[in-house]
Design a protein. Structure first.
Length: 277
């Protein structure tokens, strides 16, 4: 049997990139974004952070969307090799996808720090293992992040959780000063009737949901309240997303690293999906 149809649920720009990459490998992939990305209503803080960029020792960019919304052309040029004013500024990213986006925007690859290529996960925890040696008391770090569409655009204080907040706590414990700036807003997508019908059908037709965000999964459940997911299948790129998918009722959940080659291998291994329930 052929590999199952794959629904790519990343925000539209990223989803289309992944769909093209999967289709090039013979996989029947289709975009069904579960996250909408927009610019903040008030961009004054974002503009001010760009102007202060040279004053930071490092800038942590949480995702490709953060990169797109923060690194306009002039900002990227400030980090080019020939720009001595920002010669000490490092750019930290949680994975190779964000690193690639930064490079397409003009950020010099030599300035980018990311998790090891063989890291079990591409996340803030894996990034910390690579950059902790750079930390010294008094250094300044800017975290470029997103916020929710129904939240205040002012960033919250870091807590003892995971991801960017966990990283901020590690930095502060080591004596670094951490600032946040919101570069984009995440929200639920506005589905067309055809997209809604596709989501309902894919709850039980052996389609494989490629989930890369717990929030995206929450949007799916909110869009289809009362939907039974007992026959739904999910391929997820982080243990926390796996936990959320199981809690939502997905009957089959498999984890893999978010590297394209491993996602493809995991998809291709599912040639007899219904036999696995």
């Amino acid at each position: 049997m052929p590999a199952p149809r794959v629904l790519v649920t990343r925000p539209e720009r990223e989803a289309l990139h992944w769909v093209a990459a999967l289709q090039a490998r013979g996989i029947a992939a289709q975009a069904l974004p579960l996250m909408a990305i927009t610019a903040p209503a008030d961009t004054s803080a974002l503009h001010a952070a760009r102007q202060r960029l040279a004053g930071y020792d490092a800038v942590m960019v949480v995702s490709g969307n953060a990169a797109q919304h923060f690194f306009e052309s002039n900002t990227a040029l400030a980090l080019a090799p020939q720009a001595p004013v920002a010669i000490k500024t490092r750019v930290w990213v949680p994975g190779p996808g964000t690193a690639k986006t930064l490079q397409t925007l003009g950020v010099d690859a030599a300035r980018i720090d990311q998790p090891a290529a063989d890291a079990l996960q591409f996340d803030s925890e894996a990034l910390w293992a690579q950059v902790r040696g750079q930390i010294r008391p008094g250094m300044r770090v800017l975290i470029v992040r997103g916020t929710e569409s129904d939240a205040d655009t002012a960033p919250s204080a870091p807590n003892a959780g995971t991801g960017r907040d966990w990283l901020a706590c590690q930095l502060q414990a080591a004596g670094a000063q951490v600032d946040f700036v919101v570069a984009y807003v995440r929200g639920a997508p506005l589905w067309t009737p055809a997209q809604r019908a596709l989501a309902q059908q894919a709850s039980s037709d052996a389609s494989l949901w490629l989930l890369s965000s717990s929030q995206a999964l929450a949007h799916l459940c909110a869009a289809l309240p009362g939907q039974c997911w007992a026959q739904a299948r999910a391929l997820v790129t982080h243990p926390r997303i796996a936990q959320a998918a199981r809690a939502a009722g997905f009957g089959w959940v498999k984890e893999c690293r978010p590297a394209l080659t491993e996602v493809v291998a995991s998809i291709e291994s599912q040639h007899e999906p219904r036999a696995r329930f």
